[in-house]
Design a protein around this ligand. Structure first.
Ligand SMILES: Cc1cc2nc3c(=O)[nH]c(=O)nc-3n(C[C@H](O)[C@H](O)[C@H](O)COP(=O)(O)O)c2cc1C
Length: 364
């Protein structure tokens, strides 16, 4: 089924306007008669923040923003799916066009701006599949016009606690003006206090749902020091590194599309995001696990992320250029690497290169 979809639909999708292609993919997944995936290699199983993942390869948020196809994505072989970003109230996001392919670079620029059907609609869908199993993370954000942005995170933690396997607080989208300021100083501290309090309040009803923070790859190292310090102090359950970048590497070939405003993802993001992951890993000192995301498009890239400090990985942009088969390709390359290196699980590889990576010249 995956091979058929890649062969028939992908050439067509490459021609379509990117947002129409995305809608076609979602609608295709709604209709596809996908059977449950073959069981994963037991070596790929891993336990992170109290959850048992069948494999470490996750669908990054932004693909299924409104929880329309989480079960289809699990059936494609992802070990977990993160839906969202969801905002409390529905909002349209920025005017189109707002999604651009950089084909020669295998990169994507988006300035969607949190287009969301809103928390009520998403909650209804997740509640309807609540007994279906699988790990579904809920990525939450703030409405553009909100007068209490931190309150938007709190409110959604309260709403989604019964159906979320974990929460991600997305404070790193470059497409909502001012959102990334939530990563700074006293405001970040307040965000963590209120969010962790909300999680504790909900735990009586819903159990303890892990809370993760997703950060930008564009932070300075001194900002990262402060963020990791506060995250450790508030005992968050994990961090995701990271979101799209507002920088444009000088190596980009699609120079005119690269001038579009928005966040860059895909292959051109890999080195920066991996370096920031390694920088985070050495600062976190094992206090909580990290998820590595940004530019993963092969088993080799996945292993580099894991060696930089990721317990779990996520991807999105590579699907645009390599199709759905990338998920099983990465999983089998991970299995082969473990066999080659005679390691029982990926846990043994996590962070092994982090310190060395932080000594390398800063990636361009
Ligand atoms: C079209 C698009 C939409 C995205 N929307 C979100 C989002 O709503 N929330 C979020 O946390 N990240 C979002 N992201 C960022 C991805 O989750 C991921 O962090 C980033 O794309 C890097 O991974 P990749 O290089 O594998 O795509 C989006 C990315 C793309 C390309």
């Amino acid at each position: 089924m995956i091979g058929l979809f890649d062969t028939l639909a992908r050439p067509l999708m490459g021609w379509l306007e990117p947002e129409n292609a995305h809608r076609l993919a979602i609608n295709g997944l709604k209709l596809a008669p996908l059977t449950p995936p073959a069981a994963d290699d037991a070596r790929l199983a891993t336990r992170v923040f109290g959850l048992n993942f069948p494999n470490p390869v996750g669908m990054a948020p932004g693909f299924d923003k409104h929880a329309e196809v989480p079960d289809a994505l699990l059936r494609l072989g992802f070990g977990f799916v993160e839906i969202g970003t969801v905002t409390p109230l529905p909002q349209p996001g920025n005017p189109r066009p707002r999604l651009f392919r950089l084909a020669a670079d295998e990169g994507v620029i988006n300035r969607l701006g949190f287009n969301s059907e809103g928390a009520e609609a998403v909650l209804t869908r997740l509640a309807a599949r609540a007994n279906a199993g699988g790990i579904i993370g809920v990525n939450v954000g703030a409405n553009k016009e909100s007068s209490d942005r931190i309150g938007d995170y709190v409110r959604q933690i309260e709403m989604f606690a019964p159906v979320a396997s974990y929460f991600t607080c997305n404070i790193s989208s470059p497409n909502t003006p001012g959102l990334r300021d939530l990563q700074q100083g006293r405001v970040f501290d307040q965000l963590l206090s209120r969010v962790m309090d909300a999680r504790a309040r909900m735990s009586q009803r819903a159990g303890i749902t892990p809370v993760l923070i997703k950060i930008a790859p564009d932070l300075t190292l001194s900002e990262l020091d402060d963020i990791v310090g506060a995250a450790r102090q508030h005992r968050v359950d994990g961090m995701i590194i990271g979101n799209t970048t507002v920088t444009r590497p000088p190596t980009l070939r699609e120079v005119s599309t690269a001038r579009e405003a928005g966040g860059l993802s895909g292959r051109p993001l890999f080195s920066l995001a991996t370096r920031m992951l390694a920088e985070s890993y050495v600062r976190v000192e094992g206090a909580f696990p990290l998820i590595g995301v940004g530019g993963i498009d092969s088993g080799e890239a996945a292993i580099e992320k894991i060696r930089a400090g990721a317990c779990l990985i996520q991807l999105y942009s590579a699907l645009v250029f390599h199709g759905l088969k990338i998920v099983s390709a990465i999983k089998s390359e991970l299995s082969n690497a473990l066999r080659r290196e005679n390691q029982p699980t990926i846990d043994e590889l996590v962070g092994t290169d982090a310190a060395a990576m932080t000594a390398e010249p800063w990636p361009r």
